[in-house]
Design a protein around this ligand. Structure first.
Ligand code: FE2
Length: 303
């Protein structure tokens, strides 16, 4: 692995498939000025400004950072990295993290329009009280392993999640599973029902007013399985499809090869959305629980 000045790159302590990219304070200092050039509204309204941020980040590494993260994400053996920043550094606030996340994604590809938020990213809270219609904000229920973008037409090659804030949180660990580590991958990805088209809808809060059809399992160009799945949104058409989904859900959740890790505040996780599944453990009850996340999903550059 090539060295990049100002970055500490290592394998994650819980998985050889996940890279940890620590950004040192000297890089943060160098980003303050270029990041000040645009406010968040400019980033939302003028897409080219996002590339300007991305370039200022990559320029600090002589373009080594973009090469590194693209190769990690596209490589089947890995496909995931976590960027960590110094949690003591007062210069890193939520706005800085929105900008840093924007810069990172624009070294990888183009973000999809997030219908829930009406922009290229979404910020959302998980709190003690919740009246929403999906598991996303239900703090005390496990969010089962899934991939993103199952119910939209947009290509969702990757996803990014940034932890902007966390208070009074016990539990709520991130769970991750790589398809090639999953005990039931061979059996279920070859099941003919998993290769059938399923109908995928979504609840109101997602603001997606159509349904899509696609199988749970497809294959990449080398014949390796890819998955597109979440428990809440497929609408099984018959007993075979219903039973298949139940079996799949059980087989994913009972896996012993999940990576369970606590992401520090100020960290950014990016994963390939075809062979990594992600989820969240339930939080312990606390009236003052508050977590804020940012998410961006999108496609790889194609040229
Ligand atoms: Fe998700």
């Amino acid at each position: 692995m090539e060295k990049i000045t100002g970055f500490e790159i290592s394998k994650h302590e819980k998985s050889k498939r996940i890279y940890k990219v620590k950004i040192e304070d000297q890089i943060i200092d160098k980003l303050i000025f270029p990041f000040h050039k645009f406010d968040v509204t400019a980033l939302e309204y003028k897409p080219f400004t996002r590339f300007t941020l991305a370039k200022s980040l990559d320029d600090l590494t002589s373009n080594k950072l973009s090469n590194l993260i693209n190769s990690i994400l596209k490589e089947r053996e890995t496909g995931c990295f976590i960027i960590e920043t110094n949690s003591e550094n007062k210069k890193i606030d939520d706005i800085f993290l929105v900008k840093l996340s924007t810069a990172v994604t624009h070294l990888i590809g183009i973000p999809n329009h997030d219908s829930m938020a009406g922009k290229f990213y979404a910020r959302f809270h998980v709190k003690h009280e919740d009246h929403s219609d999906s598991y996303l904000r239900k703090a005390y229920i496990n969010m089962d392993l899934h991939t993103d973008g199952t119910y939209v037409k947009d290509v969702t090659d990757w996803l990014l999640m940034t932890k902007l804030e966390e208070k009074n949180a016990e539990g709520g660990e991130t769970t991750l599973l790589h398809l090639d580590d999953w005990e039931h991958c061979e059996e279920l990805s070859k099941d003919p029902v998993g290769r059938q088209n399923f109908i995928w809808g979504s609840p109101k809060s997602k603001n997606v007013h159509y349904k899509v059809e696609h199988p749970v399992f497809t294959e990449d160009e080398k014949g390796r399985p890819k998955i597109s799945y979440i428990d809440q949104f497929p609408e099984p058409n018959n007993m075979d499809q219903g039973n298949f989904l139940q079996k799949l859900s059980d087989a994913l959740e009972e896996s012993n090869n999940k990576v369970i890790t606590k992401l520090p505040v100020g960290s950014i996780i990016v994963a390939n959305n075809y062979f990594w599944l992600h989820g969240r453990k339930a939080f312990k009850q606390n009236k003052n629980l508050s977590r804020e996340l940012l998410r961006i999903r999108g496609s790889f550059f194609t040229n």
